[in-house]
Each structure stands twice: as C-alpha cells, then as structure tokens.
Design a binder for this molecule. Structure first.
Ligand code: GLA
Length: 371
C-alpha cells in the first residue's frame, strides 16, 4: 500500500458487561478488538473523496460540497455521514482517495459501523494535519450514526473504537465520559466470541423503540424523583417508584437498574480477580436482556444456552444491540476446543445456523501509521 500516505485504523469492540445502558447514562465495560476498519488514505488535489474497498468491486465518489446527499448509499453511507459531521463541526475536508479494509464482520454486533466512522474521521483529520482528539472523534462518529445512519445509539461503540487500549477493558461512565482502564486478567479463563449468524435486521427499529421506551420511563419517574438519567435510579428507588410505570416500561427499567448494579459488582470482581463471579454476572446480564429488555431472540438464546450448559464455561451472554450478532463466553482456556465443538453442534441442531468463532485480541483503538 506504498502508494497511500497513511494507514489509519479504528477498532471493532466487545462489551464485557453493561448492555443497553450507555444511552441511559450508565457505566459500561467495552474493549477494542484487533478486528478493525483500516483506511489507506492519500490526498488527490480534488474536491472529491474517492472510496474503494479491498473486499468489494464497488467504487464510490463523494463530492465534499454535497456530503449531505449520500444518505442511503449501499456502500459509503457511513463514510459520507462521518465526513459530513466532521465538516459541520468546522473541520476542513481535503479531497482524498480512501481504500477501506474492514476485518470486523458486518452485522455481527462487533460495531463495524463505529470502526468505519471513527477511522474515516481519524484519516481525514490526519491528512489535514490536525492533532487527533480521540474523544471528540468518537462524539462526531456517534453523531454520524445517529443523524446519518438513523440509529439513535449511545456513545459506547464509538468511544471504544477510538480510545480502546490493548489488553484492557474500559470502565466508561457514559454520563461524564470519564474512563478508567482495567487490565483484563482472566486467570485460567479466556473470552470466546461467537457469532450466531442470524441476520439482525430488526436491530435499527427495535433499538430505537427501546430508546423511546427508556426516555418515556425517565420522564415519568422524573415527575417523582430528582434524577437526570435512568442509571441514577437506585434499586430501592426503583422498588418504590417503579409502580408508576406500565408493565413493559417497568421491565425495561428493571434491566437498566440491575445491569448498572452488575457493572458495579463486575468492576470489583475483575479488580479482585474473581472470574467466577464475573461469569455469573454475564449469565444474569443475558437473562435480563432476554426477559426484561427483550432484545435477544431464539437464536442468540439457543447459543447462550449451549455455551452455559458446559462445565468449562462459567458465563455467556449476547453483546451489542441485540436480536442477533455475537455472544461472549468465559471459558476455561484448556477446554476451548471442546467448548467450540459442542456449542457449534448443539446450536446447529437447535437452529440450523452455523455459529462462527473469532480469534481476536483486545487491542488499541485508533492507530495511525505514516506509509
Ligand atoms: C449498540 C449501540 C450502543 C449500545 C449497544 C447496547 O451497539 O450502538 O450505543 O447501546 O447497542 O449496549
């Protein structure tokens, strides 16, 4: 790739625990992956961004003065949205050729879209000679996802994609954006990432629906309580004031409150090296996503069940937006091969889908290399 000036990458992510609470001001525990989107970039002296892909024959040209007009493109939509938000924030966009190389599987719940948005902005800033403010890049990438791609997401994915650190999970407070890095020391256990391969086309509509439900619940509770976000609600307050909510909203809020508590305990468990406790919390998180937040589905549930039924697995849950995508499982390192074989067969028998396992590491967020 010598003909390009820079190689700029941003990461896909997993989330250890803290699901569907980032947009309620909760704390979450994501980590960046070595699965990434890499942008090879060079200036081209025009007012166009020429996009090409290592994995696709398509080529797309974006006019820098009309970035708002590309919404809905099959390929190039995320790049156009990211560039537009960066431009609207007052940054100069320089004409360039970008070759995109994405190793984050699409639709897997590992945030390929965040990796594309974040790496695109970081690449544009790099050729403009701007210093990289990773948090600001994450915020503009989130805006692209919300305003251009139409998913009213929280900040977790873009933040992890931009700011992640090798071998660490991030304890990110989505209310304040304060972030603590915790070394991911799992002792005799390893994290196994498994894709249930169920296309998750429900994700955008159902995701936005959950967000609306939590917004409504917050409004109702704010009539009785002085809280600025649902993650501030304590278990005791929920027990007292939750009665003001409809049955469905109550279940949603129960998830937010209990998941926030699980993140708190998981932090202590991780710091103390109590991996068994972490595993239990993963299982409870999945049960709450399934029963209270109702964002799992037949296939993810079957995969998690196949994982949890094995003695070498101490915890398993669906990660990301839900309705499909990937699970993470905490598995005894010396039992991984049998674990995968059993999970694959059992899941195939239950659903007809062929689960896929990813070999990936916890890695850095944005990285820039001069070529
Ligand atoms: C998606 C969103 C995130 C977060 C997760 C659920 O990945 O982009 O902001 O809400 O779902 O935890």
């Amino acid at each position: 790739m010598k003909e390009y000036d820079y190689k700029v990458s941003a990461a896909g992510r997993i989330n250890l625990i803290g699901e569907h609470i980032d947009y309620c001001g909760g704390k979450v525990m994501p980590a960046a992956l070595s699965l990434k989107n890499t942008v090879y970039i060079r200036t081209n002296g025009t007012n166009k961004i020429n996009l090409s892909w290592t994995t696709l024959p398509d080529k797309v040209t974006l006019d820098i003065d009309k970035l708002e007009s590309y919404n809905g493109l099959k390929y190039g939509n995320y790049q156009a949205g990211a560039a537009l938000m960066w431009q609207r924030a007052g940054h100069k966009i320089i004409g360039c050729d970008m070759l995109q190389d994405c190793t984050v599987p699409f639709g897997s719940g590992l945030s390929s879209s965040a990796a594309i948005e974040v790496s695109t902005i970081a690449a544009l800033a790099t050729i403009a000679g701007e210093p990289l403010d990773k948090v600001d890049i994450a915020l503009k990438a989130q805006q692209a996802e919300r305003e251009y791609a139409g998913v009213n997401c929280g900040i977790m994915d873009q933040y992890a994609s931009a700011c992640g650190r090798k071998d660490s999970v991030m304890l990110l407070d989505c209310n304040t954006l304060k972030c603590e890095f915790l070394p991911l020391r799992l002792g005799d256990y390893s994290l196994v990432i498994t894709n249930c391969k169920k296309p998750h086309n429900l994700i955008e509509s159902k995701y936005n629906e959950r967000r609306e439900e939590t917004d409504r619940a917050l409004e109702i509770l704010q009539q009785k309580l002085d809280i600025s976000c649902l993650a501030e609600l304590s278990l005791a307050q929920f027990k007292t004031y939750g009665t003001a909510l409809s049955h469905a909203l109550k279940k949603r809020v129960e998830h937010i409150v209990t998941e926030s508590e699980r993140v708190r305990v998981a932090t202590l468990a991780l710091k103390a090296g109590n991996i068994e406790m972490l595993g239990e919390l993963l299982n409870k998180s999945h049960a709450s996503l399934r029963d209270n937040y109702e964002v799992t589905g037949r296939e993810p549930d079957a995969l998690v069940e196949a994982a949890q039924s094995q003695s070498c697995c101490i915890g398993s849950r669906l990660i990301g937006g839900g309705f499909g995508g990937c699970t993470i499982s905490l598995v005894k390192t010396n039992g991984i091969d049998e674990f995968k074989e059993f999970a694959y067969k059992t899941y195939l028998k239950a659903t007809g889908y062929k689960a896929e396992f990813y070999d990936t590491e916890i890695s850095d967020g944005i990285s820039v290399e001069k070529l």
